[in-house]
Design a protein around this ligand. Structure first.
Ligand code: GRF
Length: 205
């Protein structure tokens, strides 16, 4: 079987990347292989996780490019060189333009730390999401894995998981629980589902 070739885009700690690596090791992710990690920052701890697991990495930092176009051209070149089939955004903090995302319909996956369509879209990232959840007083939050299109957090939903909000929560505590109970669970499962479907449709041709 020819596995789906995955590139994971990261910017920070890379715990979601780790969940994908663990899934690959345990066999939960069996129809896809992480063959490239692209980081928007040279300091991202995610890079250490990739090195440790012998996954090739590239740092493509936006501030080194004069335009969005040249930044994305550089990324496209790497994707092309590595024959990437599927992109997974796992805490990638740089915005990708519509001209980029439209090249990969249903080929870019993102994980967002809320139950979309709540607490998502422009300005909802990182701790801000969990701050907004606590300010609204909702009792249930969670995470969503979805395809990426031109609308921020607006693409087709692949999987969601709910997490209870506790009275004693701080944004930090809630963020950790959402990651552990939801993001790290549904991201690998969604990626496997999409990879399996891609393998199936390739073998049909
Ligand atoms: C996660 O909360 C993810 O939902 C969001 O960014 C965070 C990344 O964390 N898009 P990590 O780098 O995977 O640890």
């Amino acid at each position: 079987m020819e596995k789906t070739r995955i590139a994971v885009f990261v910017s920070g700690g890379g715990t979601n990347l780790q969940a994908l690596i663990d899934a690959q090791i345990s066999g939960l992710l069996s129809h896809g292989q992480i063959v490239l990690v692209i980081s928007s920052s040279p300091e991202a701890f995610a890079l250490q996780r990739a090195y440790k697991n012998d996954i090739p990495c590239e740092v493509v930092s936006k501030k080194e490019y004069t335009s969005q176009e040249s930044f994305e051209e550089r990324i496209l070149q790497s994707l092309d060189e590595n024959a990437i089939d599927l992109i997974v955004l796992a805490g990638f903090m740089s915005i990708l333009s519509e001209s980029f995302t439209s090249r990969f319909p249903k080929r870019i996956i993102n994980v967002h730390p809320s139950l979309i369509p709540s607490f998502c879209g422009k300005g909802y990232y990182g701790l801000r999401v969990h701050q907004a959840v606590l300010a609204a007083g909702v009792k249930i939050t969670g995470a969503t894995v979805h395809f990426v299109n031109e609308i921020p957090d607006g693409g087709e939903i692949i999987m969601q998981k709910a997490v209870a909000v506790r009275g004693s929560d701080t944004p930090e505590k809630l963020q950790k629980r959402v990651m552990k109970q939801a993001e790290w669970q549904i991201l690998p499962r969604s990626v496997e589902m999409v990879c399996k479907e891609m393998v199936r449709s390739r073998t049909k041709k």
